[in-house]
Design a protein around this ligand. Structure first.
Ligand SMILES: [Mn+2]
Length: 290
C-alpha cells in the first residue's frame, strides 16, 4: 500500500473497518475526460507523499494530540469499484464518521455524492471557478467534471435551495452555466461579492448553513486565484485567496460530514498545489476538532 497521510492510521480493508466518531480519508484517483500527464488522478498518492514533509503540528493544532482517530482507507476507483464506495458510505453513516476525499477531477464528486443519502435537510456547497452545471461537457459527454452539479440535481431531485455555489469568477464558463445561474437553478454567491462586502456575504453563507442538518462540501482548487494554483487545468484570475477560502469553509464545516478536494493537478517542477492541499486538509481537521 502507498504511504498513508501523516497522522492517519492505515485501514485498507473497509469491510473490517468499524471505528466510530473518527475521520476517514480516501483517495479517488480518477479523471474521466482528461488525459494530460501529471493530471489530478495522481494527486491522492502525491498529496499523501507531500504530507510526509509536514509534522501535523502548528501553533493551533497537533494531529497527534487529538482525541479523534484518523484513518486512511487508501484509494478507490469510483468507476470500477462502486461496490466498495457503497460499503464506505455505509460504514461512514453507521459509525458517525466524517469523510475527507482526495480527487481526481471534479467528476468524482458526482460518483461520491450520487451514492450519498439525500433528504430535505441535506445540502451541497461547492467552491469552484466554474459552476459545473453543464448538461454535456465536452459535447456529447454527459458525465464529466463539467456536468457534476447538473447531474446531481437531476438524478437526486435536489431543489435549488439545497445547492449553493460559491465562486464563478471564470470567463470560461459556458453560456449554459450562466443561464442556469441567472435562472436561479442553484443558490449562487460570486467571488466578487465576498471581496466587495465580506461580512454580509459570510453572513449569507451562515444563513444557508443554518437551514440544514448535513452538508456535503466540494472544493475545486480552481476556486482559488490562478496565482495560488498555476498548475491546475483550468485556472482563472480574480479567484479566492487561501485565507478567504478558509474563512468561508470555517462557517460551513460544523455541518459537514463529507468534504472533497479535487483537480489538484501539478507538474514535476511545480508541486505547490500538493502543499496547499495538505495544509487545507490539516486546516479542515483543525476546524472539526474545535
Ligand atoms: Mn469544478
Amino acid at each position: 500500500m502507498t504511504k498513508t497521510f501523516v497522522g492517519f492510521y492505515p485501514a485498507k480493508d473497509i469491510s473490517k473497518f468499524n471505528e466510530k466518531d473518527s475521520i476517514v480519508l480516501v483517495g479517488i484517483p480518477v479523471e474521466k475526460t482528461k488525459t494530460t500527464p501529471g493530471g489530478s488522478r495522481k494527486a491522492p498518492k502525491e498529496i499523501r507523499k507531500q504530507s510526509l514533509e509536514f509534522s501535523g503540528v502548528s501553533s493551533e493544532f497537533d494531529v497527534s494530540d487529538c482525541k479523534t482517530d484518523f484513518y486512511d482507507v487508501g484509494d478507490i476507483d469510483s468507476i470500477k469499484e462502486k461496490d466498495k464506495l457503497l460499503l464506505l458510505w455505509e460504514k461512514i453513516l453507521n459509525n458517525s464518521n466524517k469523510l475527507v476525499v482526495i480527487g481526481g477531477d471534479h467528476s468524482i464528486t458526482y460518483d461520491m455524492l450520487n451514492l450519498a443519502p439525500w433528504d430535505d435537510k441535506t445540502a451541497v456547497i461547492w467552491l469552484d471557478a466554474h459552476a459545473d452545471l453543464n448538461d454535456e461537457y465536452p459535447p456529447n459527454v454527459f458525465y464529466s467534471h463539467g456536468t457534476v452539479f447538473a447531474n446531481l440535481k437531476k438524478d437526486n431531485n435536489l431543489s435549488a435551495e439545497q445547492m449553493l455555489f460559491i465562486g464563478g469568477h471564470a470567463y470560461t464558463q459556458t453560456s449554459v452555466e450562466h443561464a442556469k445561474l441567472k435562472n436561479k437553478e442553484v443558490d449562487f454567491i460570486p467571488v466578487h461579492q465576498l471581496f466587495f462586502d465580506k461580512s454580509k456575504t459570510l453572513e449569507k453563507i451562515q444563513n444557508f448553513v443554518d437551514k440544514f442538518d448535513r452538508i456535503y462540501l466540494s472544493i475545486d482548487l480552481d476556486s482559488l486565484d490562478q496565482a495560488y494554483v498555476p498548475t491546475l487545468a483550468t485556472t482563472e484570475p480574480f479567484g479566492l485567496t487561501p485565507q478567504l477560502l478558509m474563512e468561508v469553509i470555517k462557517i460551513i464545516l460544523p455541518k459537514v460530514i463529507y468534504v472533497d478536494i479535487v483537480e489538484a493537478k501539478f507538474t514535476r517542477k511545480n508541486r505547490l498545489v500538493l502543499n496547499l492541499a495538505v495544509g487545507l486538509i490539516y486546516n479542515i481537521l483543525q476546524n472539526w476538532m474545535n
